[in-house]
Design a protein around this ligand. Structure first.
Ligand SMILES: Cc1ncc(COP(=O)(O)O)c(C=O)c1O
Length: 383
């Protein structure tokens, strides 16, 4: 008898399931406000699309070096000096098929099967799923709203003392909460990892999307930090499947060889186009100003309709709100929100298996009109 693997039997990404359901309603002629998936409503910047069009006219789109095109690696290195005042050699940069590929490459290059890796919950579900599929052991550490959902050095030390861990993965700004770690708190976590001989992986995909506080790059505190970043969010390039890593010297050759066999290279067309993304700052800042307006609006309006139990969003484009005043089954709540209010939202179980039933995540990456519509429809539904 043919059987499929247990390690391939990972949890579904509920946000995608909600989106599929919302799309079905729309195909049947109903209007739905989309607050479920984390992707910008805007297209890639004009400069990026022009660069791609030019590359298509010029001709051949082929494989590139597994680590990426040299001009893109150089341009990414310049971003670190321009934006963070950090000198990073282009040789330490690996261009990847979105940050998603970066996780696979990092986990394979740094860890043995069976190694234990700490993830703060709530958190982005793919980390857990990828680690599980690769045969690693996930150590979930609960974080709390009153600590602004931040992982502490004490929690890392305690987990490591119970049974040694090999890695810690953090995103700041975070998904789903949007909170940013204070520089001192980030530094303390990274120094703890260094001291204990634990790899620190920093998912910086929401860098650039900050509303006041600036997110610090983990490289500031350690050259051993493994940085994973992407053009998907701030740069509005989700479908281009392009991202990058900054790696310690030790991991470079391994990531290069893994990349050669797993992906050959990131798509060349996206690589050529991404070089221009860094020059599109005016256009991208205008888009970010739109998210900031949405954020302010939701922070003012959500409490008025009974959805006000959330931490202020420092960055990214999500609100993670506690709905225990309304339900303990956020999956059912999200299902009804879609069916009855025609607003698609994501149940918290995606991000926190234990406590997610009391939370939902709303994305504010859409238009201001969509936010107004969502408040109107949710408000009417919850009355
Ligand atoms: C925290 C976080 N990391 C990584 C990703 C994956 O992004 P991509 O593979 O498009 O770079 C996402 C997508 O939503 C995310 O929220």
């Amino acid at each position: 008898m043919l059987t499929t693997s247990n390690r391939g039997a990972i949890q579904p990404f509920l946000a995608m399931d909600v989106m599929a359901q919302a799309n079905k309603l729309e195909a049947g002629g109903q209007d739905v406000v989309h607050m479920e998936v984390g992707q910008p409503g805007a297209p890639a910047p004009a400069l990026v699309r022009e660069a791609a069009a030019q590359a298509l006219r010029d001709g051949r789109i082929g494989y590139t070096d597994a680590m990426g095109l040299a001009p893109l690696r150089e341009r990414i290195a310049r971003y670190y000096s321009d934006h963070h005042g950090l000198e990073v050699s282009p040789s330490r940069i690996a261009v990847t098929t979105g940050s998603s590929a970066g996780f696979n490459l990092a986990f394979l290059a740094l860890f043995e099967a069976g190694d234990r890796v700490i993830l703060p919950t709530p958190g982005y579900p793919a980390y857990r799923n990828i680690l599980g599929a690769l045969g690693l052991s996930v150590v979930e550490i609960e974080t709390h709203a009153q600590d602004r959902w931040c992982l502490t050095p004490e929690a890392i030390r305690a987990a490591h003392a119970r049974e040694p861990v090999k890695g810690v993965l953090i995103a700041s700004p975070a998904n789903p909460s949007g909170t940013i770690m204070e520089p001192e708190a980030l530094k303390a976590v990274i120094e703890t990892c260094e001291e204990l001989g634990i790899w620190f992986i920093s998912d910086e995909i929401y860098h650039g999307l900050e509303y006041g506080k600036k997110a610090e790059c983990a490289l500031r505190y350690s050259p051993n930090a493994v940085i994973i970043n992407s053009f998907s969010k701030y740069y509005c390039m989700t479908g281009w499947r392009i991202g990058w890593m900054v790696l310690p010297e030790k991991a470079l050759r391994s990531v290069e060889c893994l990349g050669q066999s797993l992906y050959i290279s990131a798509p060349m067309l996206s690589q050529v186009a991404a070089i221009s993304a860094f020059d599109a700052r005016d256009e991208l800042e205008a888009i970010k100003a739109g998210y900031a307006k949405n954020r302010d609006f939701l922070m003012a309006e959500l409490p008025k309709i009974g959805l006000g139990n959330f931490m202020p969003m420092d960055g990214a484009f999500y609100v993670y709100t506690n709905v225990s005043n309304l339900t303990n089954d956020s999956m059912d709540f999200a299902r009804r929100s879609l069916a009855e209010a025609k607003v698609a939202i994501t149940p918290g179980a995606d991000f926190d298996v234990e406590r997610g039933g009391q939370y939902v995540r709303l994305s504010f990456a859409g238009t201001f009109e969509a936010m107004e519509q969502a408040i109107k429809q949710l408000g009417h539904w919850l009355k």
